[in-house]
Ligand binder design. Structure first.
Ligand SMILES: [Zn+2]
Length: 296
């Protein structure tokens, strides 16, 4: 598989389209066993996702229907499915790993990682939304996995994506970074929080930073985004300028927050910080956001 897949969102609701794609002879299906994806066990960067054919499906999958991921430039359809048996044994040369470990170990390409994130977010949504939130009756999947329908009240339900504002706050040549108790020891990152209903991402960023650190933020601009399927977040990376300096942390949210000079952050990034402090790993949007803002 090369490059990103075409999700064909304009075709997914056509009658017969889903089963035709699913049953095409060269269709490839990625299988999750519990929250683990099967991948090739090779040296870092050499691996790939393990793909199954549609003939293998009846023994692999039950309950949740496979979801359509997209079609590649050669016309091969890609799906993802949840294994019926949560202890499914991977074939020789394969391992089953959670997405964080796959990403941290660099086992698959960035495009494959994006596909795995898409698959996990969709499959998790199906597992958690089997009943109608309007009337409580059972729902069924539709539109190749991008909708669930309630036949009792005709309600339609769509996969959730929960926006999170994550923001790099600067003051001259310094950046505000904090750490929560759940972070790895010595790791500091940009502050983040969920966008609430009726709120812009920019206002959410200002509110979260003020609540967690007491810092007031002026202008805010959008920089980049990253899907983060744990379970269904969309990280909205932003940059902002502080209009105050004195930090007052919210101890329920943070263990610590400080202003770090860009020199100190560079040392954290290349592992030479005298106190062993570190940045988040490069699979995270925080890592790329921090780097990009410092590079101007
Ligand atoms: Zn209903």
């Amino acid at each position: 598989m090369d490059g990103k897949l075409d999700r064909l969102s304009g075709h997914r609701s056509e009658p017969g389209w889903y089963s035709e794609k699913l049953n095409a002879p060269d269709t490839r299906i990625a299988v999750f066993t519990a929250d683990k994806l099967m991948v090739h066990a090779g040296p870092a960067g050499s691996g790939g996702m393990q793909w199954h054919s549609s003939e293998q499906l009846p023994v692999l999958v039950q309950g949740t229907e496979p979801v359509f991921l997209g079609i590649d430039t050669e016309g091969v359809n890609h799906f993802a499915a949840q294994a019926a048996d949560n202890e499914l044994e991977p074939a020789d040369g394969m391992i089953a790993l959670d997405l964080r470990s796959i990403a941290l170990q660099g086992l698959v390409s960035d495009d494959n990682l994006g596909l795995a994130a898409q698959a996990r977010a969709l499959l998790q949504w199906h597992v958690r939304h089997r009943f109608c939130s309007n009337c409580g009756a059972s729902t069924r999947p539709d539109d190749a996995g991008y909708k669930r329908v309630c036949d009792t009240c005709s309600g339609e339900h769509f996969p959730r994506t929960d926006p999170v504002a994550i923001i790099a706050i600067t003051r001259g040549q310094s950046m505000l970074l904090g750490r929560s108790a759940r972070f790895a020891s010595g790791m500091y990152s940009t502050l983040a929080g969920f966008v609430e209903p009726g709120e812009t991402a920019e206002d959410a960023a200002r509110r979260e930073v003020f609540e967690e650190s007491g810092i007031r933020v002026g202008e805010v601009r959008y920089v980049m985004s990253q899907p983060w399927p744990f379970p269904a977040n969309l990280m909205l990376g932003m940059a902002g300028e502080a209009t105050s300096e004195e930090i007052t942390i919210d101890p329920d949210e943070l263990d610590d927050a400080r202003w770090f000079s860009f020199d100190e952050i560079n040392a954290m990034g290349n592992g030479s910080h005298p106190d062993g402090l570190q940045l988040p790993p490069d699979i995270s949007i925080a890592h790329h956001l921090i780097r990009q803002i410092m590079d101007g």
